[in-house]
Design a protein around this ligand. Structure first.
Ligand code: ADP
Ligand code: MG
Length: 751
């Protein structure tokens, strides 16, 4: 008897084990999936080792998984001929929480406990993540793992635990390479003491495991059954004799005589799982259920897929591929370190689980596999990259994938929009990052727009088809929130003209607009068909200045096609008012002016023509925020007023009657911040509250000299509430930009 080594589980595992042993989770059956997957992993690792020609123990041993049901002894055994484990492996693999599944699971458990009030745990996550090996303790009162490593002349070991806090390891006398897990089932776990039940669980979860899985049952015989059986065996004796020398007859007998089936299976057991892979079958033979099962297998997820592509190529290059678009994004897509890619098979044998070279990065939301005879079995990452056939396959796969999306967009719009809503960002990423596919992806993009009903979206081709007659450009607006954008003052002119405006509010949209200056599409049909280019034009830009005081920029010839809008001949009061606005806001704005671009709105903040677009500003903001953790810089724009709007007319009048009126400055500051707020450019909106209170008090009392509390209470040097952005560009107007303290004299301070 070898000495017994005792080990304690790490604290986290103890906690996990406790949760699992207490769990009333209804899908306990997943422990079979987990153990079979581990066996399959161990066999796969062995397979790779053979490919690399590593020397291994028992090289001729068949790669298989056996499951043995022993109802009488309440035992369930899962045995494989995989790589096995050394003593060190046992300690580190089955004693720590290194397994990826369990690690994620514990993270989720923590989250779920933090969220729920009573510290309860949402057990659904067990199924979602798979808890790996430890899930066996949902049904086991004791587990033995007897294992022998693939390494030459290794000792075999027995690991034993009841899942409470410790495990022991002793030497064992297992002769063949591999691992055997003997589960001592709890009394009440009858589901797993039945061969049929086990088989159905395997079909459900592990059908496409690429190694044969055999399930056998050690029968407990009642006296009656023993008698019955003896009789059958006697009757069958003649047939059995024939079996040995004529195989074809055995098949005949099996087919016709159902009575004998049990015994026959004992003699020539068949694997429970499907070994003929789904891609080896005719398309019309494959049922939805087959596709779903295979999806679960290949994606390691247990939800539904939205769309499947079964793509077979024959000819110079040949391969067969099955690609799925899952209904929802996997959480892995958000983890930058996670690996993506299609499973790579060669003649039905998996050679790489996630081959990244078969898809561009943006396609990573798709899951699936490719099987090709053209790929040698002993490929490595390097040879794959330089393999021209692989490159060709990638090209063809992506082409097919895009074609399929095109066809969905055209023929099954509803389905396409569901895919778009889930994965649209990835398509946009593709436009930005995949130069080769950019032009193919652009027509697949969908947008919200000012004229499209709120629950619908529009593509670029439809946008162009619906353009107003005198429209030549694609108009767009970037912002944070679609609902706010629909109310944007920038839209006024375009609504009036009947021009549709694309509304873009995703982070990636800003990068999209920086990368895609225009869109070319075919207009007309037949002989009239011609390619036409349409520029993307942001609508939050001020008109080029051509007014009388346009002495600012010379040498910039306005293009000939530019429509000559009548210059606004400004009355003296308006000019003075605009000066006052500039003085009040200082370096927060570039300029203030009267504009004909505003319809029902009184004012807006517009970008200077030819300057940085809002997309650029936003893109830079995201970049500096995520890379340097910096606060963002409020962009400097031009404050435009609508001379026809009563608010503006009233303000101009107020100013010309009494330039000292205490209302003016808070109102102008508030107008300015309203714009920023609407654009999503105001870093700290709550700072406007004291000013709003000041304005409300003015409105209610009719007084012009109410104080801004924030300014009265702030330390002398730095009035709060009106902080300009700190990193101003070179030009400085230090004193003017701050609202002066004198504004508004002391008033009643009852509060
Ligand atoms: P995961 O499979 O996610 O790594 P598990 O908890 O299922 O996590 O398994 C933990 C580790 O134990 C595995 O990574 C593997 O190294 C080892 N292991 C489990 N089962 C076997 C087996 N049948 N053969 C060889 N090693 C195994
Ligand atoms: Mg596992």
């Amino acid at each position: 008897m070898s000495p017994e080594d005792k080990f304690e589980f790490k604290a986290e595992i103890k906690k996990l084990l406790y949760i699992l042993s207490q769990s009333l989770y209804k899908h306990k059956e997943i422990f079979i999936r987990e153990l079979v997957s581990n066996s399959a992993d161990a066999l796969k690792k062995l397979h790779f080792l053979t490919l690399q020609k590593t020397e291994i123990e028992n090289p001729d041993l068949e790669k298989r998984i056996d499951i043995i049901v022993d109802a009488k002894e309440h035992l369930l055994t899962i045995r494989d001929t995989g790589i096995g484990m050394t003593k060190d492996d046992l300690v580190s693999n089955l004693g720590t929480i290194a397994g990826s599944g369990s690690e994620k699971f514990m993270e989720k458990i923590k989250e779920s406990q933090e969220k729920s009030e009573n510290g309860g745990v949402d057990l659904d996550i067990i199924g979602q993540f798979g808890v790996g090996f430890y899930s066996v303790f949902m049904v086991a009162e004791k587990v033995e793992v007897i294992t022998k490593s693939y390494l030459k002349d290794e000792q075999s070991y027995r690991w034993v635990s009841d899942g409470s806090g410790e495990f022991t390891i002793t030497e064992a006398d297992k002769e063949e390479r591999g691992t055997e897990i003997i589960i001592h089932l709890r009394e009440e776990e009858n589901d797993y003491k039945n061969q049929y039940q086990i088989e159905s669980v395997i079909k459900k979860y592990s059908n496409f495991v690429p190694f044969p899985i055999y399930v056998t049952e050690i029968k407990e015989e009642t006296e009656e059954e023993t008698k019955e059986k003896t009789k059958q065996v006697l009757d069958a004796d003649v047939i059995d004799d024939q079996d040995t020398d004529d195989e074809t007859k055995t098949v005949d007998v099996e087919d016709s005589e159902s009575l004998e089936e049990d015994e026959k299976e004992d003699d020539t057991p068949k694997p429970v799982n499907e070994l003929r892979p789904i891609w080896g079958r005719n398309k019309n033979e494959i049922t939805d259920e087959d596709y779903t099962n295979f999806y679960h297998f290949i994606s390691k997820r247990f939800d539904n897929y939205r769309h499947v592509i079964n793509y077979k190529v024959e000819g110079q290059i040949q391969f067969h591929s099955i690609i799925y678009i899952p209904e929802t994004k996997s959480q892995d897509l958000m983890r930058p370190e996670a690996e993506h890619g299609f499973g790579l098979f060669s003649k039905n044998v998996m050679i790489m689980e996630k081959c990244q070279d078969l898809m561009p990065q943006w396609m990573r939301f798709a899951v699936g596999m490719v099987d090709s005879e053209d790929i040698p079995l002993n490929v490595s990452r390097d040879t794959i990259q330089s393999n021209r056939k692989m490159m060709k396959m990638e090209t063809m796969l992506v082409k097919k994938f895009i074609k399929e999306l095109e066809s969905l967009a055209e023929n099954e719009e509803e389905k396409y929009l569901k895919i778009w809503n889930e994965y649209g960002t990835f398509f946009k990423e593709g436009v930005v990052s995949d130069q080769i596919r950019k032009d193919k992806l652009l027509p697949l993009l969908r947008f919200k727009s000012s004229k499209t009903p709120h629950d619908k979206m529009i593509g670029l081709d439809t946008y162009i088809k619906n353009m107003a007659e005198d429209q030549t450009e694609i108009y767009y607006l970037v912002g944070e929130n679609i609902d706010t954008m629909r109310l944007s003052p920038h839209l006024g002119y375009y609504n009036q003209k009947g021009y549709d405006v694309l509304l873009l509010n995703e982070v990636i949209d800003n990068f999209l607009m920086m990368n895609v200056p225009d869109y070319t599409t075919t207009i007309g049909e037949g002989d009239d068909a011609e390619d036409k280019l349409f520029k993307f034009t942001p609508i939050d830009v001020t008109e080029k200045d051509k007014s009388a005081d346009g002495d600012k920029k010379e040498g910039e010839d306005s293009k000939e096609e530019e429509t000559k809008e009548e210059d606004i001949d400004l009355p003296e009061e308006s000019k003075k008012f605009l000066e006052f606005v500039k003085e009040t806001l200082g370096s927060k704005i570039i300029d203030s002016k009267m504009s004909k671009r505003l319809y029902s709105n009184a004012y807006r903040l517009a970008n200077p023509a030819g300057g940085m677009t809002s997309s650029m500003q936003r893109a830079m903001r995201y970049w500096t925020q995520s890379n340097m953790g910096k606060d963002f810089q409020v962009p400097q724009k031009i404050l435009e007023f609508n001379p026809d709007h009563p608010t503006v007319q009233g303000l101009v009048e107020l100013y010309s009657k009494d330039p000292e009126n205490g209302k003016l400055k808070p109102i102008i500051n508030q107008l300015f911040e309203n714009c920023l707020l609407a654009e999503g450019d105001l870093p700290n909106p709550s700072l406007m509250v004291p000013r709003l209170n000041q304005l409300i008090e003015m409105m209610i009392t009719g007084k012009d000299d109410v104080e801004n509390m924030a300014e009265t209470m702030a330390p002398k040097e730095e009035p709060a509430g009106e902080k300009p952005s700190k990193e101003e560009p070179t030009k400085e107007e230090p004193t003017k930009e701050e609202p002066t303290k004198e504004e508004g004299t002391k008033t009643e301070q009852e509060s």
